[in-house]
Design a protein around this ligand. Sequence first.
Ligand SMILES: [Zn+2]
Ligand SMILES: [Zn+2]
Length: 195
Amino acid sequence: MQFAHDTEPSLLMAADLANSDYDGDERIGTLAALKDYLKAHEFTGWSSAEAADLEPVHGLRADLARVWAAPNPAAVAGIVNEMLEASPQQPRLTRHGKWDWHLHFTPDDAPIPVRMRAEFAMALVDLVRSDNVDRLKVCAADDCERVLVDLSRNRSRRFCAEGNCGNRTHVAAYRERRATGSADAPRPSRTRRLP
Ligand SMILES: [Zn+2]
Ligand SMILES: [Zn+2]
């Protein structure tokens, strides 16, 4: 993959946020939950999140939902440009923890939602300019509409990471094949051959 090494974690973090109110189930409704989410994605300064950050984070989530629902790269680019406008950039090279040199797009003391918005917008910039917008997918399971970002080499990922969707779908398809196979195929051919 041709992305900068910090693009992929940002995209995965964005997908996780986009799914965090799936089916009316709010998973980032409290400051503690927001901190858990940031910490799980090793977001720099996660512990400095404040209760006042929740509302703008939910606003950012709504923008991400629009990104995944956008019908084509131009529509994604339009939303990304709105996101860039809402988070003035001040790029800076940094390295910390296990992460070698990479860019932070806002000062580390900027509010968490401002920094998240800038990180997600720049990761999406990477996706648009490398013609990879089709990696933003909706889960292929019949009963699931969670989003995912397909980072596989051959763009073959179809199911979200939650809900056991891939396995569930394969089991259902197997059962269906068996059911139709035993009901239609063998019996008629046998009755025809008997007389
Ligand atoms: Zn960093
Ligand atoms: Zn799913």
